[in-house]
Design a protein around this ligand. Structure first.
Ligand code: SAH
Length: 228
């Protein structure tokens, strides 16, 4: 899979790119993740990418031309199935959407900043608008990292044990069962005995029951809704 992230703050994504599962996925060539500095696509010598909003009001707006230049440059190199704009008024991101996007071959993610991006980009170039929650952040970089992380860990071969993504919360409409590691007894706080029994089938059954119980308690909105 190829993911291109377009941003005015590339350095904000450095740490995300170079750690943990996302780094490993790139090392294994399972994902090709490229960050593009919007300023490189500016048409004037000051590398301007933002301007005042027509009609007045506080806050700058990312200009249409650098974004279109960047999109056209990328589209010349390959065909993109999705061009996503991260936006608080987009569709709420969830696991079903992550699953869907993990099947895409090439995807561009546009990060807004300041007041957002020129509306004409949203009208004419975007295939989806995605929000990571009902709150407003300063830029689309963290949302783009959230989206990419959720998608990348689903790509076959990225997680060492492939079934591990399947047992995560929301994959089957349930939240995950609790997990424990050594020591089995810490100051009298004990791990459930069943997990130490070695009975694989019984353990699976216990985990499933725990998932159901937890879903009822914590996310009743997810109950009996199938996947997400
Ligand atoms: N004026 C806009 C908010 C701009 S915030 C509004 O009220 O809707 C600046 C940028 O941060 C946005 O363009 C978007 O790319 C990103 N952003 C902020 N909050 C976000 C969220 N919850 N989900 C996805 N992107 C978000």
């Amino acid at each position: 899979m190829r993911i291109d992230i377009v941003t005015v703050l590339p350095s904000l994504l450095d740490s995300f790119l170079h750690h943990s599962i996302v780094q490993r996925a790139q090392d294994k060539k399972l994902v090709d993740l490229k960050i593009h500095n919007l300023r490189d696509y500016s048409v004037n010598k000051h590398k301007t990418v933002d301007d005042y909003a027509f009609g007045g009001g506080a806050g700058m707006v990312l200009m249409i031309e650098p974004i279109v230049n960047c999109l056209e440059h990328l589209k010349k190199e390959r065909k993109y199935q999705e061009i996503v704009y991260m936006s608080p008024d987009g569709k709420s991101f969830n696991q079903a959407m992550a699953n869907e996007l993990s099947l895409v071959e090439n995807m561009i993610i546009i990060c807004g900043h300041y007041k957002g991006i020129d509306e004409r980009i949203r009208e004419h170039f975007i295939t989806r608008e995605i929000s990571i929650g009902d709150y407003v952040l300063s830029g689309g970089e963290l949302p783009a990292a959230v989206l990419s992380d959720a998608v990348i860990r689903l790509l076959p071969g990225v997680l060492s044990n492939e079934s591990s993504a399947l047992s995560d919360s929301f994959q089957d409409g349930l939240v995950a069962a609790p997990v424990y590691t050594r020591p089995a007894d810490f100051r009298g706080m004990e791990v459930p005995k069943i997990l130490l029994s070695g009975h694989e089938k019984e353990i699976d059954k216990w985990r499933f029951e725990q998932s159901i119980k937890r879903t009822e308690q914590r996310r009743p909105d997810k109950e009996n809704k199938g996947s997400n």
